[in-house]
Unconditional design. Sequence first.
Length: 277
Amino acid sequence: MDNNGAATRRGKGRLIFWLVLFIVCVITVAACVGVWVYHAVLRKAMSDLYEEARVVINVSPDEKGDGTGSLVIDAPFGSEDEVVMINFDLLKKTSADVYAWIEIPGTPIAFPIVQHPKNNEYYLRRAINGAYDITGCIYTQNYNSLDFTDKNTIIYGHYMDDGTKFGPLLSYMDKEFFEDHKKIVIYTETEKLTYEVFAALPFNTRHILRSYVVSDDPHAEFLSDVYSSTDARRVIDKENKADAKNDKIITLSTCLKTGSKRYIVLAKLIDHNNVNK
């Protein structure tokens, strides 16, 4: 009887163990599915919002004006009879921190730019509506003004393997891609700013706007470090380099897939127009 009782207890113990393991597995799978569904729904909602906010309008040539008064907005993908308008009122209903929109023609990069007034890491892992999203937003930090008048505006975005957010930036390592995608357009509520890419390269992880402040000319020192890079993956347009004294630039910053460096794409302002709302 003692042996039979012990065997029964062992049998019950094994049954309980497998039952608990099964329940844990079910809960784990359910949690993973839930997380996947959550992110899928969130990203679809944000994608739909961005698509709705970016308005493409067909216009005749005589409606485009001569470029001397109200804004003549060129289509970001090269069409002569399309203009692009960004519905900031719609975006601001989701987040008051939206203040600009960035596009790189010929790439999937077409996103709002946000800046939290106090927490510089707020949008690192959040969608523009504040919901948790590991892919984060395209954002700037409050070291930069909101009007792109700084010598260098740093725009951050995650590298994503699926080509979303700033994933396409690493394609600038290819010289042909670099030459074919030199135009970057930023829309604000009052301006359209057009930039031309002049450099793209891996860079160290130092905070660009904070680490050069001890220099007599931080902007010049930063550009000097860019131009003196010996990384084999760098691409620099030597005929079109930004001048530290006269040019305003943007620096798009993302992470490299491997290693401890970041990848940056630099472009200088070449044109701006007032928006006629």
